[in-house]
Design a protein around this ligand. Structure first.
Ligand code: 5GP
Ligand code: ZN
Length: 119
């Protein structure tokens, strides 16, 4: 695995959270990822797992395999630390799919029945 390169977009909300410019309720951090509670939770537990480096969406993250693997490993660690039990991991990709923050992130949702398919 290569050394992490944390690229940042000064206009990006999640880059600003990574930089500590905007506070967040952080539940886990490592050299490549940050996990924090969603400000507007859609389930009793709603954690966002992000790469520290700026990738605009899941497709861009897929082009950075070390960051992509780190996000998945962090999601697994949060699932264990938070004892999520059954949970859903979601990556809204594109405005038409509900993406509102264009810095790749996984939503981890747990603590209530999760119906399928989602809306
Ligand atoms: P998306 O809509 O892009 O899939 O997800 C973005 C998520 O970021 C939303 O669930 C929204 O509630 C959350 N969010 C937006 N602004 C903030 C913020 O300032 N802090 C935190 N912790 N979450 C935020
Ligand atoms: Zn960003």
């Amino acid at each position: 695995m290569s050394e992490p390169v944390v690229t940042a977009d000064p206009d990006c909300l999640f880059c600003r959270i990574v930089a500590g410019e905007i506070p967040a309720d952080v539940v886990r951090e490592d050299d490549r990822t940050l996990a924090f509670r969603d400000i507007d939770p859609k389930a009793p537990t709603h954690v966002l797992v992000i790469p520290k480096a700026h990738h605009r969406d899941l497709v861009a993250l897929g082009g950075a395999p070390d960051d992509a693997a780190a996000v998945l490993a962090a999601a697994a660690a949060v699932a264990e630390d938070e004892a999520l039990g059954d949970f859903r991991a979601v990556a809204n990709t594109g405005a038409g799919a509900g993406q509102t923050v264009f810095h790749a992130h996984l939503h981890l949702l747990a603590g209530r029945p999760l119906t399928w398919p989602p809306g």
